[in-house]
Design a protein. Structure first.
Length: 133
């Protein structure tokens, strides 16, 4: 019977690639983003716009001030840009930037490397298992 540690370790294996991605991100010397900031950034880049503060807050199920604080940071980093809606000045559109695109492309590369390393580890385990049986 498997010990609690073995069962837990097996259940946590999918997190190994995410851990590798995060370690690569920390080592990249890029600014630390919170999960909310990263979710907001990905939401703007990976879903069709136009994006408004109100709409982003609704999708993330957070208040508009939470989105505004995240946008302050992401805007200061150059990852997103705010643009007033000329037809309704109450609305603020959130737009992508080249700097944000570059950041997410680099982050995607970290994920791809972690997935590749994870696949290589899995193949090594399988090879090792075949040679010991």
């Amino acid at each position: 019977m498997a010990s609690e540690t073995q069962r837990s370790g097996h259940a946590l294996e999918p997190l190994a690639e995410w851990m590798s991605t995060l370690i690569g991100y920390v080592q990249s010397a890029r600014p630390d983003l919170t999960n909310r900031q990263m979710a907001l950034l990905m939401l703007v880049y990976l879903t069709d716009g136009p994006h408004t503060v109100r709409g982003l807050a609704a999708k993330l199920r957070v208040s508009k001030p939470v989105v505004t604080r995240a946008l302050n940071t992401l805007g200061a980093l150059g990852y997103l840009r705010r643009q007033k809606d000329e037809s309704d000045l109450r609305n603020i559109f959130v737009e992508r930037t080249q700097t944000g695109t570059q950041f997410l492309e680099e982050f995607a590369g970290l994920i791809e490397r972690a997935e590749k390393n994870g696949a290589n580890r899995q193949r090594s385990k399988q090879d090792e298992s075949r040679t010991t049986h």
